[in-house]
Ligand binder design. Structure first.
Ligand code: PGA
Length: 253
């Protein structure tokens, strides 16, 4: 059975004190209110990782980073490597988020390297793909997303592919309050799964968790997470408020 996952992406938000307060609230609320097999992950800014990890302690909530370098070690001022994350026992890393693609010029070739570094460090990459509005309006969304998946993932062995989590995040739905409809989400998740099946076989494709991201909140999560090929969510804005995020998690049965 595919792992159900709800991951919060805090992006570049919160002071240290605010981050600790939010994590403390979530530990309490998740332990008293949440009773599912869903993995809950908080992808927090780099400097907060060890503190939040320590704070989560024995709670079921896991911590993740939002990026890592394509290099292993060395003279890359300002960068953070997958091996550093590994040395802090950080289990997850988001890679290829559309904001990284858009503002930091990350492309498929670079992301393939980052995926490799994350896997070598035994991190679980949450690989993001998704089309901008103009691409959807031109009807080229399937083509672009398939290209993103192929460029970053299709060099992987069968064994390594199984270690990846994919997040489909249409760029026009991120931070806009405008979500994909359940039908649009299901269609694209099915496209991605079929593409994985064509390269890695149906059984492997059925094992990969594909999350939906883009303005997920407590109101729309139920419809989106009910789709056959949607295995959870990558949640930005709604993960910054404990009540809202826990209500999203509680949608997962
Ligand atoms: P959002 O962000 O939920 O605020 O749209 C999602 C994401 O960027 O991962």
């Amino acid at each position: 059975m595919r792992q159900k996952i709800v991951a919060g992406n805090w992006k570049m938000n919160k002071t240290m004190a605010e981050a600790q307060a939010l994590a403390a609230e979530l530990v309490g609320m998740v332990s008293s209110e949440v009773n599912t097999n869903t993995s809950v992950v908080l992808c927090v800014p780099f400097p907060y990782l060890p503190v939040i990890k320590y704070q989560l302690g024995k709670s079921s909530i896991k911590v993740g980073a939002q990026n890592c370098s394509e290099h292993e070690w060395g003279a890359y001022t300002g960068e953070v490597s997958a091996l550093m994350l590994k040395s802090m026992e950080i289990p997850y890393v988001i890679l290829g988020h559309s904001e990284r693609r858009q503002y930091f010029g990350e492309d498929g070739k670079l992301l393939a390297k980052k995926i490799d570094k994350a896997l070598t460090a035994t991190l679980t990459p949450i690989f993001c793909c998704g089309e901008p509005l103009e691409v959807r309006e031109a009807g080229n969304h399937e083509k672009l997303v398939k290209q993103q998946v192929e460029e970053a993932l299709f060099h992987l062995s069968d064994a390594d592919l199984k270690k990846i989590v994919i997040a489909y995040e249409p760029v026009w739905a991120i931070g806009t309050g405008k979500t994909a409809t359940a039908q649009q989400a299901q269609e694209m998740h099915a496209v991605i799964r079929k593409q994985l099946a064509s390269k890695y076989g149906e059984a492997a494709a059925q094992e990969i968790s594909i999350l939906y991201g883009g303005s997920v909140n407590a109101k729309n999560a139920h419809e989106l997470f009910s789709c056959a090929d949607v295995d959870g969510g990558l949640v930005g804005g709604a993960s910054l408020k404990s009540r809202e995020f826990v209500d999203v998690i509680k949608v997962m049965k």
